[in-house]
Design a protein around this ligand. Sequence first.
Ligand code: HEC
Ligand code: HEC
Ligand code: HEC
Ligand code: HEC
Ligand code: HEC
Length: 645
Amino acid sequence: MVGMVVLTLSAAALAQRRGPAPLDPLPVTPADLAAFGTQPVGSGAPEMTIIHDPLLPASTCMLCHAGFDDPLTTVKPYRWRGSMHSHAYRDPIFRAAMTIANQDAPGAGSLCIKCHAPRAWLEGRATPPTGAADGSVLFESDIDEGVSCHVCHRLVDPAYPRKQYQPADDEAILAVLDASGLRPPEPGNAQMAVDGLDIRRGPFADALPPHEFAYSPFHSTANLCGTCHDVSNPLYTRIGADTPAPGDSYALNPFNEPHPTGLKHGQFPEQRTFSEWANSAFAKGGVDMGGRFNVDPNDPDPPVSTVVSSCQDCHMPDRRGFGCAEFFEPPERRNVPYHGFVGANVFAIDLLLHLHGPDGDASFDQYTIDSLRRQRDETIDMVQRATDAELTQAGPDLRVRVINQCGHKLLTGMPEGRRIWKNVRFYAGDTLIAERGGYDPQSALLDDASTKVYEQLLGIDEPTAALVGRPAGPSFNLMLVNRVEKDNRIPPRGYERAAFEAAQAGHVGYEYDDGQFWDDTLFCIPPGATRAVFRLYYQTSSREYIEFLRAENTTDENGQRLYDAWEAVGMSAPVVMDEGEIALAPFVVGDTTADNAVDFSDIERVLTHWLDAGLIGRTGGDANCDGVVDFDDITFVLSRWGRTL
Ligand code: HEC
Ligand code: HEC
Ligand code: HEC
Ligand code: HEC
Ligand code: HEC
């Protein structure tokens, strides 16, 4: 892309950055990672700000909450087993990345474990003195179960007394956290308020389980998900006005001290899925999506309302079924929350099946394999619900519009390696004559210069680069990055620029108008083309990211293991999100304004886009169709001056 630095780390650059630098590695101590919320067992925090009853492994819930009859057709909460929550710690991409985090900032791994295996963190297995940030003292079940049932189901709403029906003992739990100054002030960074006692919280007031439970409206809100789906780096402090703004910078805190505010808007934003949602139309009353999400295909009498709002509406859709095995005679409900937490990550599923399925170490049981296979199909289906595409011809340009139908940016979440791009093939009859955004499945390389790639790239700014001994610019070092280099991801419905910028979820190097939840790209049509075929692709991990995770690793086998598995499963093959085809009408070559004549307006168009280089493809102007807008286009227009249809 024009103006963007290509993200590759050459061996020379690697060698150079390993030179002596004052803060390589960052001298992190547990104090630097101090956070609000329930504290780890063994940390010396006061009684009741740590858990009392142990968090049970999911296998103990499975006894009743799985569907033994037919795991693939019945809806039971244990469908979680196919979700990335269940595999959040085992996930080989995560593991390779955590090794790098611990190399760059020894001890930072405990922050990673806090979200990816929260039970281990809460029970003190990820923090000193009882635990270790490299995961070496985790239980087998921590590794096996990632984000497990009991953690989510003991979460307490930190915003009490917000709602009428709050579990009675929440007030006491929050009072204890308040007394230690630990009540989580906002959703984010896994700052959890956890019930110290084993009282399982859920969405149904009329449930009659054979265990202690409490009705918890919190579990039906996006705030619960926001606990982990806004991620910030607490090692950095934002330098700027009270409200975050585009010109802000982020500086390393003094070490061995807690972050000065502990608030996410004072830290470097790594993921803002919850904030993107919170500033969308979905959060403000919901959106009628016409049955795209949250309609049960097996319910003969589906609900009348097709309005969706919370994360749960799209990621935990209502299904007709039982919340528990039938031998407890639970009521049949039409709104059992589906625990697939289906997202976009097909690649991780392929890696997991490869490494742990029958052809790998065979550690997965049949239920896990079946669940993951089904999750794979559901993930592709979800990815295909995420967008709509529209193709129109404007004279010599093909306009490709992609509409974001998600509750957050398209794409959202983890920035490293994730991307979406537009691929267009122009045909003369059956002959392919040109391609934009071509991808080579053999090398996993994308021709990103000829198309628009939606992604967020993070990087290191100059002052910090000198301190940490790395080159300034784009970087995948999660603990070191402190600048957004690029963000052109398509906003959700209800987008307002000011609100997104204030939530540290604005755009960099690209612009969207308020209310815009789509994006257009103009591709010039090569002479002779009679039709165009469009595909929108989603890729979980780019080649550059996988190579980085291997090249940077000086500690363990996780980078090589990931690399080998990546090669074996097809290199994070892109998933088709949308496709379409359009027949092309004759046009005047060089007529970039589509007024059927090559004239002064075309020169103007070229100039506008030339000066607007950052917004590639938005205004057209590539008169000679070579993929860039430059002086050659002016000469091209002049050479065809006066032509008409
Ligand atoms: C001995 C059987 C059994 C076991 C074991 C069991 N549950 Fe339950 N649980 C039930 C039944 C029955 C219900 C009621 C289901 C309903 O009403 O839809 C239930 C309901 C729940 C609810 C919903 C409460 C509400 O208000 O909506 C949650 C949450 C829950 N269980 C969590 C767990 C977790 C977490 C575990 C493992 C740590 C677990 N259960 C283990 C039988 C069991
Ligand atoms: C506050 C919670 C939180 C913390 C802390 C956190 N993560 Fe994550 N991580 C997430 C969430 C949520 C996702 C899923 C986002 C998505 O799928 O796009 C994720 C996804 C990832 C992924 C992508 C996995 C895949 O399959 O593509 C990697 C890699 C990762 N995290 C690494 C780390 C590392 C390394 C750390 C510690 C430095 C860390 N995370 C700390 C919440 C967290
Ligand atoms: C305790 C922390 C935590 C909580 C609470 C949490 N998540 Fe996650 N979630 C994660 C982590 C960590 C990952 C990344 C797993 C990975 O890819 O390694 C993730 C991944 C996901 C994904 C991506 C799956 C994919 O295949 O791409 C979705 C969707 C998701 N979560 C939805 C939710 C929803 C909805 C809620 C609220 C009901 C929620 N999460 C609550 C930690 C959490
Ligand atoms: C209107 C429906 C809708 C709502 C509301 C919604 N999502 Fe999503 N989400 C999607 C779709 C569709 C995808 C798959 C396409 C994509 O990656 O953007 C997705 C993808 C994701 C991913 C995977 C990203 C990746 O690249 O791996 C995560 C994580 C996620 N959502 C979390 C959340 C959380 C947390 C909330 C609430 C704060 C939420 N979503 C609200 C529809 C929704
Ligand atoms: C990421 C957090 C998360 C994880 C992990 C999770 N759940 Fe849930 N669960 C929820 C939320 C949120 C709801 C309520 C959703 C709603 O109201 O739409 C729910 C609802 C339930 C219910 C109520 C259904 C009923 O009919 O009673 C039960 C039971 C339950 N979960 C059990 C489990 C079990 C068992 C596991 C592990 C196998 C599990 N959950 C894992 C978040 C989670």
